[in-house]
Design a protein. Structure first.
Length: 99
């Protein structure tokens, strides 16, 4: 909703690149004086955001598969690292005859 408002020309969306959020607000402290450094920081920020989204997706999948939250899964793994891990939880216990 907010992104649509920005792209359609809201007050925070004037003179911004429609494909990249940020614009002049990306570096409010002016730490990147060099345009090449500024472009590199933009790319790094996009990649960091994508990695964070993928990590959250992993948390959601883990909760769906195990039925528990990330902290409970972590505690179970710390208690028994060989018995409770990604392989045993997803593959080894799901394809055992009789289950």
């Amino acid at each position: 909703l907010i992104e649509g408002y920005r792209v359609s020309g809201g007050p925070a969306g004037e003179d911004l690149d429609l494909l990249y959020p940020g614009g002049e607000y990306f570096d409010p402290l002016g730490l990147a004086d060099d345009p090449d450094t500024f472009a590199e920081l933009k790319v790094k920020e996009i990649k960091n955001g994508r990695l964070a989204m993928f990590a959250m997706f992993g948390f959601y999948v883990q909760a769906i598969v195990t039925g528990e939250g990330p902290v409970a899964n972590w505690k179970a793994h710390i208690a028994d690292p060989e018995g409770v891990n990604g392989f045993t939880e997803v593959f080894a216990t799901r394809f055992v005859p009789g289950n």
